[in-house]
Design a binder for this molecule. Structure first.
Ligand code: SAM
Length: 279
C-alpha cells in the first residue's frame, strides 16, 4: 500500500519544479566528460539500480525521484538511506526529470554517485581469479557490456589501459545494468600496465586475430589475466609481447572479426568452463 507520510525528517527532501534549479543543472552537466572528471561523480538511472547501489553503501551524493513515485516503498527506503548518509534528496516534476536526463520518457529515479577506481597496487587476484584488461577500448556500449559480462561470469575486475572511453559516462553505465557497482575497475597508463604486469602471479592471455593458439586449447592456469584489443586496431604489438599466449577464436563465414564485447564473453565463459571441468 502506498505510504504518504513524510519520507524522513522535515527538510530532508527538497521539492524542485524549476528547470533552472542549480542542482538539476549540475546533474545535467555530468553528461559531459569534463564535469565528470572535475567532480568525480557520475549518474545512474533506474529505481532498481539506484536502490541496489545505495543498499550496498556506494557513496551517493544526490538522489532524485519523480513526485509520482514518492510513495513507492523502494523509493522511500532509498530516500531515507541516502539522507542518512549525507546525500541530498530531491523530489521533482516529470518536466525536470526529462530535462535533467535529456529523455522524453525518463526513469523515475536517478542517483548521483562518487566514482570509484581501484589503484594498481590494490589489484589482488584471488588464486583462481580472472581479470580482464582492455587496451584502448573506445565504445561505451562495449565497455558496459564487458563489465556486465565480467560480473555475470564471476570474474574479478576490469583494467582499462591507455586512452579509453570513460566507464562513468551515461552510455557505459547504462550498458552495465548495475554491474558498475559490483565490478572493481582500474585505469592504468600503458607504461603503468607494462610495469604492473611483471608482477602478475598467473598467466596473461591475449586475444589476436593472428593468434597461433586455438582459444579452446590453452591451459588456463589461474589466476588469468585476459587481454583484449581495441575495436579498430586490435592488440598493439607491444601488448602482444606482454602475453604468455596469443589465442584466436576460430570463425566461419566472412566476418573479419567478432565484436569486442562478444569476443570477451566467449573467452570468459571458455575460461570458466575449464575451471568447472577442473572442479
Ligand atoms: N581489426 C581489428 C584487428 O585486426 O585486430 C579487429 C579488432 S576486434 C573488433 C576487437 C578485439 O576483439 C580484438 O583485438 C580481439 O581482442 C578480439 N577479437 C575479435 N575477434 C576475435 C577472434 N576471432 N579471435 C580472437 N580475438 C578476437
Amino acid at each position: 500500500m502506498a505510504d504518504d507520510s513524510p519520507i524522513a525528517a522535515p527538510g530532508a527532501v527538497r521539492s524542485v519544479t524549476s528547470l533552472s534549479n542549480p542542482t538539476i543543472k549540475e546533474i545535467r552537466s555530468l553528461a559531459l566528460p569534463k564535469y565528470r572528471k572535475e567532480s568525480g561523480l557520475f549518474v545512474t538511472e533506474g529505481m532498481k539500480l539506484v536502490a541496489d547501489a545505495v543498499e550496498e553503501d556506494w557513496p551517493i551524493k544526490i538522489l532524485v525521484y519523480g513526485a509520482k513515485v514518492a510513495s513507492h516503498p523502494v523509493v522511500r527506503r532509498v530516500a531515507v538511506r541516502a539522507h542518512a548518509r549525507g546525500g541530498e534528496v530531491l523530489e521533482v516534476s516529470d518536466a525536470v526529470l526529462s530535462k535533467m536526463t535529456r529523455r522524453d520518457n525518463p526513469q523515475m529515479v536517478v542517483g548521483v554517485f562518487e566514482q570509484r577506481l581501484t589503484p594498481a597496487a590494490s589489484i589482488r587476484p584471488s588464486p583462481r581469479g580472472v581479470w580482464v584488461a582492455l587496451e584502448g577500448i573506445k565504445d561505451p556500449g562495449n565497455l558496459g557490456t564487458i563489465i556486465r559480462t565480467v560480473d555475470a561470469v564471476g570474474a574479478e575486475g576490469v583494467i582499462l589501459v591507455g586512452d579509453t572511453v570513460d566507464p562513468f559516462g551515461i552510455e557505459a553505465v547504462r550498458a552495465t545494468m548495475g554491474s558498475i557497482f559490483h565490478v572493481p575497475l582500474a585505469r592504468l597508463s600503458v607504461a603503468e600496465f607494462a610495469a604492473w604486469r611483471k608482477n602478475w602471479p598467473g598467466i596473461v592471455v591475449g586475444t589476436h586475430l593472428s593468434g597461433q593458439e586455438d582459444y579452446r586449447e590453452v591451459p588456463y592456469d589461474r589466476p588469468v589475466l585476459l587481454l583484449m584489443g581495441n575495436e579498430q586496431s586490435g592488440i598493439d604489438d607491444s601488448f602482444a609481447a606482454l602475453c604468455d599466449h596469443l589465442v584466436k577464436i576460430p570463425q566461419a563465414g566472412r566476418a573479419d572479426s567478432l565484436n569486442l564485447a562478444i569476443a570477451t564473453g566467449v573467452m570468459l565463459f571458455e575460461i570458466r568452463r575449464t575451471e568447472l571441468k577442473l572442479a
